[in-house]
Design a binder for this molecule. Structure first.
Ligand code: C2E
Ligand code: MG
Ligand code: MG
Ligand code: MG
Length: 289
């Protein structure tokens, strides 16, 4: 009857509310914990940069390194960036973290050069939040402090960055480019950039997203997209890099279709600095073959 229906609705409402309140508590305390431990991580130096080689398809040699952040948490062990970067972005911590990444990568690249290793650009990933009008001046300072020439720094931005506020972004990118560094568009093909943006934005390279590379051999659409991006990049005078290359079949496809650079587990996983240094030393010893 009506009374018992009302009673049920009330019960249900209360239970839902309790459920919701409990769920919210869990969320809040997780977020607070995460915020606190990320802050502490910066102070305690718990972040590390791994480096992954970029290989020239023409020479087969290392022609670059991408710096990829890792969090070595005393509680959680090695935490990959996908598990904390989005949170750091939301909490405003991405700016100090990003500054640490830029300083560390530039200083490390200078160390490699001072050790007499063949000079390569180091690429640093940027979050949309970092790309404001203060960034060019900050980057300039980091280059001066580290003694690294701008030509040996590359910044990786995603397409969505570019779409946020086109006018401001163009101005910021132009200021960055005037420093003499390189800019590449990461995860190309997954975002929203249109061809007209590509023409207007001062970028040097396109990185084909690994989701397209993964299916090159099995999926004719992915293969067609990869070919089209390579052509597009070259028409616009951009270098084209394929990420996520895991097997020889993908490598051969990219080589045959004129891709410039490859990155992926086949050529080398992201590795701690000591291992990457050894890779560079080995590269010097083997010389040009
Ligand atoms: P990304 O810049 O597109 O980096 C490529 C990702 O693909 C890396 O994941 C790399 O480890 C992974 N990868 C490389 N080769 C292969 C492969 O052959 N197969 C597969 N399946 N994966 C491969 P990672 O290191 O976990 O980084 C994930 C994302 O986190 C990066 O994507 C980047 O967007 C972001 N990220 C990493 N470091 C930083 C940083 O210092 N600052 C910011 N803002 N974002 C960062
Ligand atoms: Mg990247
Ligand atoms: Mg990518
Ligand atoms: Mg990415």
């Amino acid at each position: 009857n009506a009374d018992s229906a009302m009673y049920k609705a009330k019960e249900l409402g209360r239970n839902n509310f309790q459920y919701f309140a409990g769920w919210m508590d869990a969320q809040v305390s997780n977020r607070l914990e995460m915020l606190v431990s990320l802050r502490r991580a910066l102070d305690r130096d718990e972040f590390k940069l791994y480096y992954q080689p970029k290989i020239s398809l023409a020479s087969g040699r290392i022609i670059g390194a991408e710096a990829l952040i890792r969090w070595i948490s005393p509680e959680q062990g090695l935490v990959p960036p996908d598990r904390f970067i989005p949170f750091a972005e939301e909490a405003g911590l991405i700016v100090p973290i990003g500054e640490w990444v830029l300083r560390t990568a530039c200083a490390q690249n200078k160390l490699w050069q001072d050790a007499g290793l063949a000079p390569i650009p180091v690429a640093v990933n940027l979050s949309p939040r970092q790309l404001d009008q203060n960034l060019p001046e900050f980057v300039r300072q980091v280059l001066v402090e580290s003694g690294l020439a701008a030509a040996w720094l590359e910044l990786e931005i995603t397409e969505n960055v570019v779409m946020r506020d086109a006018e401001k972004t163009v101005a910021t990118l132009n200021a960055l480019k005037r420093l003499g560094l390189q800019v590449s568009v990461d995860d190309f093909g997954t975002g929203y950039s249109s061809l007209s943006y590509l023409r207007r934005f001062p970028v040097d390279a396109l990185k084909i997203d690994k989701s397209f590379v993964r299916d090159i051999a099995r999926d004719t659409d992915s293969a067609a997209i990869v070919k089209a991006v390579i052509s597009l990049g070259h028409i616009l005078n951009l270098r084209v890099i394929a990420e996520g290359v895991e097997d020889q079949e993908q490598y051969n496809f990219l080589l045959e279709n004129g891709c410039d650079e490859v990155q992926g587990y086949l050529l080398g996983k992201p590795m701690p600095v000591e291992d990457f240094t050894r890779r560079l030393e080995l590269e010097m010893q083997t010389g040009f073959s």
